[in-house]
Design a protein around this ligand. Structure first.
Ligand SMILES: [Zn+2]
Length: 214
C-alpha cells in the first residue's frame, strides 16, 4: 500500500512538472513532456546546478518601476533600469511592446533611441477583460506622469492578437485628458502581416520605424 501511495505522489509530481513546462511561452504538452524526460535523464549535479542557476538569475533580476522590463545589474533607489535612467535617450518618445523579448529585438536593432513600456502580453480576440492580461492602468499612469511625451509608438506583432491589442491600447489612450496631446503611431504598418516583432531583423525594424503611421 505504501509503495502505491508513493507512486501516486511521484506521478503527480511528474505531471505538475509537465504542466509547468507547458505554461512556458510557445511550449505545448508534447514538448513539455520531452523537457521532463530530458531533465530526468541528467545527473543529479546537473539538476542541482539548474535549480541554483534559476534562483541566482531570479535574485539578480529586478523589474523596472517605470518601463516594467526585467533587468540585471545594480538597482538604484527608484529601481529604474539602465534605459529609463539614461538621460541621453529621447525622452519624448515612448514605445509600447508586449514582452521583454520584443524590447530586446528593437533595442538590438539600434534603430530606436526613445523610452519603452512593456505591456506584459497581448490580448486574444474575444477576451473581454484585457486589464487582467496587460498593464493598461500602469501604462496610462506612466503617460499621465510624463508631460514631455509627444509620441507613442505601438509595436505589436501583426497577428490578430497583436492588432487587437493595438486597438485596445489606442482606445484607452483616448481616455487621457485632452492636455495630453500625443501622436500615436503604429510600428506594425511597416511590417508584413503575421510578422512577429521578436523575430524581425534589424533592417526590418529600421524600415518599420521609418514607415510608422498613425
Ligand atoms: Zn525601465
Amino acid at each position: 500500500m505504501a509503495t502505491l501511495i508513493h507512486k501516486d505522489v511521484a506521478m503527480d509530481s511528474l505531471r505538475n512538472l509537465e504542466d509547468i513546462f507547458a505554461r512556458f511561452p510557445g511550449i505545448g504538452p508534447r514538448q513539455a513532456k520531452r523537457f521532463v524526460y530530458y531533465i530526468l535523464s541528467k545527473s543529479p549535479s546537473f539538476i542541482t546546478e539548474f535549480i541554483s542557476l534559476i534562483e541566482e538569475v531570479r535574485k539578480a533580476t529586478s523589474t523596472c518601476t517605470s518601463c516594467h522590463r526585467l533587468f540585471m545589474g545594480k538597482t538604484n533607489p527608484d529601481s529604474l533600469c539602465t534605459i529609463c535612467i539614461d538621460t541621453k535617450r529621447i525622452q519624448t518618445t515612448l514605445m509600447i511592446v508586449a514582452r521583454d523579448s520584443d524590447f530586446e529585438t528593437v533595442e538590438k536593432s539600434g534603430a530606436y533611441q526613445g523610452l519603452y513600456f512593456i505591456l506584459g502580453g497581448t490580448v486574444p480576440l474575444m477576451d473581454d477583460k484585457p486589464e487582467k492580461r496587460i498593464r493598461l492602468q500602469a501604462l496610462l499612469e506612466r503617460i499621465s506622469d510624463s508631460p514631455a511625451l509627444t509620441e507613442i509608438i505601438l509595436s505589436f506583432n501583426t497577428t490578430p492578437d497583436g492588432e487587437h491589442t493595438t486597438n485596445i491600447v489606442k482606445k484607452s489612450l483616448r481616455t487621457l485628458p485632452i492636455t495630453h496631446n500625443i501622436a500615436v503611431s503604429i510600428l506594425g504598418r511597416g511590417l508584413s502581416t503575421g510578422a512577429e516583432l521578436e523575430y524581425a531583423d534589424s533592417e526590418t525594424i529600421r524600415n518599420a520605424l521609418k514607415n510608422r503611421q498613425g
